[in-house]
Design a protein around this ligand. Structure first.
Ligand code: ADP
Ligand code: ASP
Ligand code: MG
Length: 417
């Protein structure tokens, strides 16, 4: 007998029929003798609708009320799943975040989990009740509902798995695992049998939205083995595939990965915008004058490139910010020009960051050069480059997204035969 957490995303609970299908997946695990906690997202599209209603009611809404509204989608699905399970003769009850309680900080809209009191939950599980938990939500120190940021049900699932010492955390979604790149844009993408925590963290941070970034961080810290699989596989399909697991991807410790590739995957993110300051004074304190006010405005800066000036007086500074913050960042920098002293500011929001990820890069030279040559051969201009030990990112024009992702996918031998 094992204790498992099963998480189902929006498309997996999109209507009553899909919820009944989820109940069959849960039934299979219950009948195998396991204790099961299920974490659910809102039905596909519901959270977007709830967000839109908040904006329509008042553009500058209170984020605590936004959380009260957007968390309701998960409340519905947690109750519906409990009903669907009862209908199959299985003992089940719904749990909202505050009922567990899953405690968060007060950063409404993107709250961080501070702790989980798993005793009541554990007691229910040991007595054979399936806990149907509303993902994406918790309770703040002030007793208000707080949500964990878009895609946050993944994080709820991993945190609960850590909190109740589950043996496994299975993330059911609309693809049957983590692929070498988004299978929606590269049909030749291959499913990866195993991905190391660190690589998954890079892939997710660089745009692979199959798992929320925070969920991977938590899994890594608490060593929760996460298994990504499809809810669209038949609930009664054989559960034994390669490695004794059903089709899917195991996110695990690097040591468990026997065959390591140099490049594991390609990710892309259209979430970035580029800002360039030209003719910036080349003297101490300028970078602080640029990035200080952006930090105060809670704008995250990602890629940063600065040249050494040839005449020792002025230089250019380029960096990226989230596209949603682009206008605000431009306004902040225009207002701060007195302190910064640049000659010209320009920017672009039609850019995409494409990244090559792999832990094998640590011990291999020439990975970046290969990417640059392939992009050049396809006439793709690189605006900004950033690298770390296990990734190379390039900022290019959005129009070239698919070409760049497909090209890089192919040159590193990731295409399916
Ligand atoms: P859920 O609603 O189940 O949380 P998401 O839409 O958040 O599902 O995540 C699944 C989607 O992630 C897939 O449909 C796929 O298009 C996208 N995706 C992006 N990159 C990858 C990748 N490398 N591997 C698998 N899926 C990916
Ligand atoms: N329903 C939330 C969202 O759409 C959380 C989630 O699905 O993980 O972002
Ligand atoms: Mg998701």
């Amino acid at each position: 007998m094992a204790r498992i957490v099963m998480k189902f995303g929006g498309t997996s609970v999109a209507n009553i029929e899909r919820i009944q299908n989820v109940a069959l997946h849960v039934k299979r695990e219950v009948e195998a003798g396991h204790e099961v906690a299920v974490v659910v997202s809102a039905m596909a599209g519901v959270t977007n609708q709830l967000v839109a209603w908040c904006k329509e009611a008042m553009p500058n809404y209170a984020t605590s009320e936004y959380d009260a509204v957007v968390s309701s989608g998960e409340q519905v699905t947690s109750g519906l799943l409990a009903i669907a399970l009862n209908n199959l003769g299985i003992k089940a009850r719904s749990y909202q975040g505050w009922q567990i309680p899953l405690r968060t900080d007060s950063t409404h809209g993107s709250a961080r989990i501070q702790g989980i009191e798993g005793d009541a939950l554990s007691k229910d599980l040991s007595s054979g009740t399936v806990a149907c938990i509303a993902g994406f939500q918790g309770v703040s120190p002030e007793g208000r509902i707080a949500t964990l940021g878009r895609g946050g049900s993944d994080t709820s699932a991993v945190a609960i798995a850590a909190g109740i010492k589950a043996d496994r955390c299975d993330i059911y979604t609309d693809v049957d695992g983590v692929y070498t790149t988004d299978p929606r844009i590269v049909p030749k993408a291959r499913r990866l049998p195993r991905v190391a925590f660190e690589e998954m963290l890079e892939m997710a941070s660089l745009g692979a939205k199959v798992l929320q970034v925070r969920s991977v961080e938590l899994a890594m810290v608490h060593n929760v083995r996460v298994f990504v699989r499809s809810s669209f596989d038949a609930p009664d399909a054989p559960q034994i595939g390669p490695g004794g697991l059903p089709p899917g991807t195991l996110i695990c410790d690097e040591e468990e990965i026997v065959e390591q590739q140099v490049v594991t995957g390609i990710a892309y993110s259209k979430d970035e915008a580029q800002i360039t300051l030209r003719g910036v004074q080349d003297k101490p304190g300028v970078a602080a004058a640029v990035f200080g006010p952006l930090a105060e405005a809670h704008i995250n800066v990602d890629m940063i490139v600065q040249n050494i000036s040839d005449d020792g007086t002025t230089t250019d500074l380029t960096f990226t910010v989230p596209v949603a913050d682009y206008e605000r960042a431009m306004a902040t920098l225009r207002a701060g020009n007195g302190a910064i002293g640049y000659a010209k500011i320009d920017g672009a929001s039609d850019v995409v960051k494409v990244s090559v990820v792999g832990i094998g890069m640590r011990s291999h030279a020439g990975v970046a050069a290969k990417a640059f040559a392939a992009l050049a051969a396809n006439g793709i201009n690189i605006r900004v480059i950033a690298t770390s030990e296990i990734k190379i990112s390039v900022l290019i024009d959005t129009a070239h997204t698919e070409l760049a992702v497909r090209t890089l996918h192919s040159i590193y031998g990731l295409d399916q035969a």
